[in-house]
Write a protein that binds this ligand. Structure first.
Ligand code: LLP
Length: 447
């Protein structure tokens, strides 16, 4: 069932396709726990961590927690040896609860609300090795106002972005990071008040092989900036980063962000991660430490790559409707459960696992072009349009693939829909990791 083109016979293939999942097992889980249901396989999460660690053997690999914050996933990632990159106080709280110590915690503050800064500064008192990545000089002042003097990494806007959709291309968006030509000055000023340990940039999310040039460009700019900060300058002023003639900074690492893409379409090739790692190293070039005795570490922050192909969303066919234009298959999951198709026009593979009464196995049905639509009152609430799927019938179970990243995480309660349940698979066992929300959960916060 595996895809021979991209997977070969490897025990740890570069992608797990939807067709690689055990259909009978998934059907059993849906019958037991109901739908919509997320299934997240921790063994696959571990394999993804392993591939990352072996492609980037000397780098700090930090899991971007926002892709999937479930406790079981965080613990698996921690045990696999990755650090945690967190985008909010909530994520820091979850990472701490999952056992990440401050030395493995990186909080990236994007326009941080006061409440988040308060939380993180208090957390850093307990965990002084926690690092705060800051993308505006103003945020440095706000940290100083709170008495913070700890580890700071400066987020830079390198002016190069990439990613699967304009909404997730961050590298050149003004919102993120200190403009490149001011970064050296801000880093030096910060070093007077904080322990400045690194510089950071993130091109965007879902970078595929075609966009590697942008990734390389970003990394190379970050390498130049880092060298200008760690090596004494001759003060000729020729340096675009305005770092000339200043004392070297004792940086530890250059973090070039995450964004490694995964193939959503069945025939899209998997990213050649070792090649990406090599290109990244090459583009960064050696960055000497300030004492000249070593080199800065490379850091990367993948989120999607760790969890995307470890998750599927199971949904049941409620209604089928022939129309003059197309056949509409209504399912019990919607954009509230998996927002990506509605928000980014994202493609997710869909497979009919069968189960409808009086219907043959899906393999024996003809592939019919259908629109798969959710129950939300929005036209955008569709998972695909006119896609050929083994003719779905009421009662069939559909599996939506590559749903483990930004799937449950972006689930919400619009249309007063309780969020789905999630089961994790762990070395053959299955357990409920997040229970299905109930109608009382919807009104729990109302006063
Ligand atoms: N580092 C930073 C600072 C980030 O902002 C992100 C993602 C990552 C790392 C991880 O990127 P990844 O390796 O997962 O591509 N909801 C969107 C993705 C938004 C990503 C935002 N930042 C989606 O479903 O495609």
């Amino acid at each position: 069932m595996s895809d021979p083109d991209s997977n070969g016979a490897s025990a740890n293939p570069p992608v797990r396709r939807l067709a690689d999942w055990d259909a009978e097992r998934l059907s059993g889980l849906a019958a037991e726990h109901g739908t919509p249901l997320y299934v997240q396989d921790l063994d696959r999460v571990r394999e993804n961590c392993e591939r990352l660690l072996s492609a980037f053997p000397d780098a700090d690999v930090r899991y971007a927690v926002k892709a999937h914050t479930g406790r079981a996933v965080l613990e698996a990632v921690r045990e696999a040896g990755l650090d945690a990159e967190c985008a909010s106080a909530g994520e820091v709280d979850r990472a701490l609860a999952a056992g990440f110590g401050g030395d493995r915690l990186h909080y990236t503050a994007v326009n941080p609300p006061a409440r988040d800064l308060d939380y993180v500064v208090a957390a850093a008192e307990q965990e002084p090795d926690l690092t705060v990545t800051v993308g505006a000089a103003d945020t440095l002042d706000r940290l100083a106002d709170r008495g913070f003097t700890g580890r700071v990494c400066l987020r830079v806007n390198p002016g190069v972005g990439a990613g699967h959709h304009e909404k997730v291309r961050t590298g050149a968006a003004a919102k993120f990071g200190v403009p490149y030509d001011r970064a050296a000055r801000v880093a030096r000023e910060a070093a007077e008040r904080f322990d400045v340990v690194g510089i950071h940039a993130h091109a965007g999310s879902g970078i595929d092989a075609d966009q590697l040039d942008s990734h390389r460009e970003l990394v190379s700019r970050m390498g130049d900036l880092a060298r200008s900060l760690t090596t004494p300058s001759d003060g000729d002023g020729a340096d675009a980063t305005d770092a000339a003639s200043a004392d070297p900074l004792y940086l530890e690492y250059v973090d070039v962000g995450g964004g490694f893409g995964v193939p959503y379409e069945e025939d899209a090739p998997a990213l050649d991660l070792p090649a990406v790692a090599e290109a990244t190293r090459e583009a960064l070039g050696p960055v000497p430490t300030a004492d000249g005795e070593g080199e800065l570490d490379l850091a990367v922050e993948p989120g999607r790559y760790v969890v995307a192909d470890a998750g599927v969303l199971l949904t049941r066919v409620n209604t089928t409707k022939p129309t003059p234009g197309e056949d509409v298959v209504g399912v019990d999951a919607g954009m509230t459960d998996l927002l990506r198709p509605a928000m980014y026009d994202a493609y997710h593979p869909i497979r009919n696992l069968g189960g409808a009464d009086d219907e043959p196995a899906p393999a024996e049905r003809s592939a019919t072009p259908v629109t798969v639509a959710g129950p939300i009152c929005e036209t955008g609430d569709t998972f695909c349009e006119n896609r050929a799927i083994a003719r779905p019938s009421r009662g069939d179970l559909l599996a939506v693939g590559i749903a483990g990243a930004y799937g449950y995480e972006m689930a919400h309660q619009y249309n007063s829909r309780p969020r789905p349940a999630e089961v994790v698979l762990d070395a053959g066992d299955a357990r409920v990791a997040r229970r299905r929300e109930s109608l009382p959960d919807l009104v729990e916060v109302e006063r």
